[in-house]
Design a protein around this ligand. Sequence first.
Ligand code: PEP
Length: 252
Amino acid sequence: MVQRRPLVAGNWKMNGSRSESATLLDGIRKGVSAASRAEVAVCPPYILIPLTAEKLAGSPAAWGGQNLSVHKSGAYTGEIAGPMLRDYGCTYVIVGHSERRTLNGETDAVVAEKYGAAQAAGLIPILCVGETLQEREANQTEAVVARQLDAVLDRHGIASFRNAVIAYEPVWAIGTGKTATPQQAQEVHRFIRSRLAVRDKAVAENTRILYGGSMKGSNAKELLAQADIDGGLIGGASLQAEEFLTICRAAD
Ligand code: PEP
């Protein structure tokens, strides 16, 4: 039987002062255990990554970026490159979060380019996919998720998923307090895995697929109990150490 190590990753989005973040990181450092089955990671805003690296160095927790440039370096004012994230000890980077797709106009092609840039820099991309409420109501969930996935699969190949994580994040569940039911989430997770399996069964079996969308301490267990849910990408609930650690423990 395949043993996918669960991953619980916090997406802090654009939140946190230096002192609030130091307190949060101290709490996470204290609460994560090297003995736990689940892997824990946090993705703070860029400017807090040096502090995160300092606070979590030597702990079992990993850290990552929320975005990266498609370029390696150069005249791209305001951008941060994958190699810079690696230089600060990042393991992961989120690509294709729905907020970036919607608010920053990131197309499937740009997301695929960022996924490649992440891997080229030695980072593990956390590739976000998911449908809007309108798309779900129009029965387009699978078509949308397939399109988002195929953009990356066609460009980088199934083998690239040996070094990637997928996060299914229904847009209507992000930051809304509305969580997908465990069954709704499981259905899409199974669909994603089957989409990978068409290209390579072993890669599909080993790829971690996280759920994201209003996951919190009180609903994490049920969601994480589903066969194809291998962890969570946590927004709001990752800003409180105890709440975040409750989710991490539920993934153990
Ligand atoms: C997210 O933005 O990745 C997310 C899952 O947010 P929230 O948990 O707040 O819904």
